[in-house]
Design a binder for this molecule. Structure first.
Ligand code: SAH
Length: 235
C-alpha cells in the first residue's frame, strides 16, 4: 500500500525537496509513498488570482482566504477521501512521535502549508483541519513544517528503514530519550568508548542503556516522564 501525501502550498516547487534524497527519496522512488504538491493559487479565481487579503479588523500582513483554501482542499480531497487533514500552525498541538506513528499507520495525509499571517480561521472548522505545530518558534511558511511531518512519517512506513529495530529503540519510542551511541574508533582524542559497551555482556549493556536513557530524560526532558505515554523502566 502506498502512503499518499498531498501538500497544499503556494510554493509547490519546494517539493519533494529534501524528501527526494536519502531514505525518504529512496522510499519515494520505490513507491512506498507518493507526494503531490498542489498550488493553492490554482484554486483562486479572477484575473489576478488573489489568494490572500488584509486581516479583518486591521493589523499587519496578509491572511490566506478561506474560499480559496476550501476550493483547493475540495479539489485535492474529493468526498470519500478520509485521510487526516493537517494545517501546519504554530498554534497547533505540538507534533509527537505518537501522532507520527498514527499517521504512518494510515493511508496518507493532506497537509495545508500556511504563509503570511496564516489562514482565515473559518477554514479550520469548515474543512475539519487539525492544527499541528512542529515547535514553539515561527517559520515563514508551513512547507518546511510539512516536510518535517512527512520525513518523520515516511521513515516509519513498512520496509523503509533498513533495520526496523532501530525504530523501537530510538528517542520517544518508549517515552524516553535515546541512550548515547558510540562507534569506532575505540579511543577518540583520549576519550574511550564506555567499557561496558565493549564488554560483550548483552544483559549489562541493555541495563546500562536503559539507565542512561532514564538519566538523560530526567536531566533534559523531565516532562516526558510525566506523560501517560511513557513507560518507566525499573532500573
Ligand atoms: N501569524 C502566525 C504565524 C504565521 S507563520 C502566528 O503568530 O501564529 C506562517 C505559516 O508558517 C503558518 O501559517 C504555518 O503554516 C507555518 N508555521 C510557522 N511556524 C510554524 C510552526 N512552529 N509549526 C508549524 N507551522 C508553522
Amino acid at each position: 500500500m502506498t502512503f499518499r501525501a498531498t501538500v497544499l502550498t503556494l510554493f509547490p516547487e519546494m517539493f519533494p525537496g529534501p524528501l527526494g534524497a536519502s531514505l525518504a527519496g529512496r522510499a519515494l522512488a520505490d513507491g512506498a509513498w507518493s507526494i503531490e504538491a498542489r498550488d493553492i493559487r490554482a484554486s483562486a479565481t479572477g484575473r489576478h488570482r488573489p489568494v490572500d487579503d488584509s486581516p479583518a479588523g486591521g493589523g499587519p500582513g496578509m491572511v490566506l482566504r478561506a474560499d480559496v483554501l476550501a476550493a483547493a482542499i475540495d479539489a485535492a480531497a474529493p468526498p470519500g477521501d478520509s485521510r487526516p487533514r493537517l494545517l501546519m500552525s504554530p498554534r497547533g498541538r505540538p507534533l509527537t512521535q505518537a501522532r507520527v506513528r498514527d499517521l504512518a499507520a494510515g493511508e496518507g495525509v493532506l497537509i495545508v502549508a500556511g504563509r503570511f499571517e496564516g489562514v482565515d480561521e473559518r477554514i479550520i472548522a469548515a474543512r475539519d483541519l487539525e492544527e499541528v505545530s512542529i515547535g514553539d518558534y515561527v517559520l515563514s511558511g508551513g512547507e518546511i513544517a510539512a516536510m518535517a511531518v512527512l520525513d518523520a512519517v515516511v521513515r516509519l512506513l513498512p520496509g523503509v528503514m533498513g533495520n526496523s529495530a532501530s525504530a523501537t529503540s530510538e528517542s520517544f519510542a518508549d517515552g524516553l530519550l535515546e541512550y548515547p551511541q558510540y562507534t569506532r574508533p575505540q579511543v577518540f582524542e583520549d576519550r574511550p568508548i564506555p567499557e561496558i559497551l565493549v564488554s560483550g555482556d548483552h544483559g549489562k549493556i541493555a541495563k546500562w542503556r536503559k539507565a542512561e536513557a532514564l538519566r538523560l530524560t530526567r536531566d533534559r526532558r523531565p516532562d516526558l516522564l510525566s506523560t501517560p505515554e511513557s513507560t518507566k523502566p525499573d532500573v
